[in-house]
Design a binder for this molecule. Structure first.
Ligand SMILES: [Cu+2]
Length: 280
């Protein structure tokens, strides 16, 4: 049979191409993680399991509900049945079930959430490294407390500005204690591959411990709308080997970036539009 290339067939072909082209192996793997990027820390494994478990449980509940809706919609179509299906009004056992089931579902989700939170927020007495991240309109300042190590022997600082994102170096397979602070308004320290974020609140120090397990370069962000240049509060995260980590810190030490800094005066400088832009 001759098959003409009708506009409808062309459109259908294009749609299939678009769908399959967007479905690379990486995308398929990401679907397997329910949309999450690859987790890069010990803690992200725990959060990842909670995330996948919650989605799987929701899908099971969803399939049952959609199945029941579909069944009753098709089974009791007007076309086949003129009379109404049997009505179950004031059926006490059924109504008790309707009330109890959601509580049961919430209870199970709550239990697993608390268990995960306990694992993720657990802190050891002696972390291998301590890093402070200070959020500031509109960039981040990092202090590395390496004064007790023979490899560095000093507190090292590094700060960013709106125009130049700071780098954050983390040694792989080491326990890192993060101290999160803010110098002005609420910010939120977020590395998406950690599967978690933590608020930076003025006047308090929030802490969490993390063990990165995968080397690579990632992008960190501020996850709390903090003002005009909130979107510029990015930082580059480098998870590297321990020798590379020390060598980075020693480079900063050689540049004189020693000592703890709380506020970077450069950070708060808002870029002034150039002469070309103002005369427009
Ligand atoms: Cu911010």
């Amino acid at each position: 049979m001759h098959r003409a290339l009708t506009p409808r067939r062309i459109a259908a072909g294009a749609a299939v191409l678009l769908l399959t082209a967007g479905c690379s192996q990486d995308t398929a793997a990401q679907w397997g993680r329910w949309g999450m990027p690859v987790g890069i820390s010990q803690q992200s494994n725990h959060i990842g399991s909670l995330w996948s478990g919650a989605w799987t449980a929701s899908m099971v509940v969803g399939l049952i509900v959609w199945g029941l809706i579909g069944y009753s919609a098709l089974r009791f179509r007007r076309k086949h049945h003129d009379e109404r299906p049997k009505q179950n009004r004031y059926n006490v056992p059924l109504e008790i079930m309707y009330t109890m089931l959601p509580f049961l579902i919430i209870g199970v989700l709550f239990l697993y959430t608390v268990r995960t939170q306990d694992k993720v927020m657990a802190q050891t007495d002696k972390p291998d490294h301590t890093i402070m991240a200070i959020g500031q309109k509109w960039s981040w300042t990092f202090n590395y407390y390496e004064q007790g190590t023979s490899q560095v022997g000093a507190v090292i600082h590094n700060a960013g500005t709106i125009e130049s994102y700071p780098d954050l170096y983390l040694p792989v397979n080491q326990k890192i204690l993060f101290k999160i602070e803010s110098d002005d308004v609420d910010h939120s320290f977020w590395i998406p591959e950690f599967y978690m974020k933590m608020d930076a609140i003025p006047g308090r120090t929030n802490t969490f411990e993390v063990t990165p397990t995968r080397t690579g370069t990632y992008l960190g962000k501020c996850a709390e709308l903090c003002g005009a240049y909130h979107s510029q509060m990015l930082f580059n995260v480098h998870v590297v080997t321990l020798p590379e980590y020390y060598s980075y810190l020693n480079d900063l030490k050689a540049k004189g970036q020693t000592g703890e800094i709380a506020v970077n005066p450069q950070t708060t400088v808002v870029p002034v539009p150039s002469a070309k832009e103002t005369t427009k």
